[in-house]
Design a binder for this molecule. Structure first.
Ligand code: ZN
Length: 161
């Protein structure tokens, strides 16, 4: 089983390369990402957080919205409405801060069966997807901090991605 890499691992700051074929290796990495995200109680995980520079992320906010397994995800539109919330990141243990995000985004990706999917998501789910897609672009959330907050405040307000 792979391990979550922590900043400043170079994989976190280099844009990932696109998935070009649905190979057995790609799909087994996707399975492993889900297992690791759930074992860490995360709501999202990008492949480069496991040291694999490939454009894939998994997101599971709750049972109601379900699991998103996203290959080559891309934000194709975002609303101007923004929200400011506290975020944490599995690659930055103990680091929390407020980040401004679009409240509504449209994300296009390919699912594990090769189908192109487009979803309109809002609020927390939109936030998580923006955080993961930033990872895949080699961007880190601390660069977007409006304000760093304490662990206590995070436990009251945030989710780990
Ligand atoms: Zn993260």
């Amino acid at each position: 089983m792979r391990k979550i890499v922590h900043y400043p691992h170079e994989c976190l700051t280099i844009p990932t390369r696109p998935v070009t074929r649905l190979s057995k290796d790609v799909l087994s990495l996707l399975d492993e990402m889900l297992v690791i995200m759930e074992s860490e109680n995360g709501v999202g995980l990008a492949a480069n957080q496991l040291g694999e520079s490939i454009r894939m992320a998994v997101v599971k906010m709750d049972d109601e919205t379900g699991l998103f397994e996203m290959l080559n995800p891309k934000i194709i539109s975002k609303s101007k409405t923004t929200t400011l919330e506290v975020e944490g990141c599995l690659s930055f243990p103990g680091v929390y801060g407020t980040v401004e995000r679009a409240a509504e985004v449209t994300v296009r990706y390919v699912d594990r069966d090769g189908y192109e999917i487009e979803v309109d998501v809002t609020d927390d789910l939109a936030r998580i997807m923006q955080h993961e897609i930033d990872h895949l672009d080699g961007l880190i959330f601390t660069d977007k901090f409006i304000e760093q907050v304490s662990e206590e405040e995070f436990e009251r307000l945030g989710e780990e991605e």
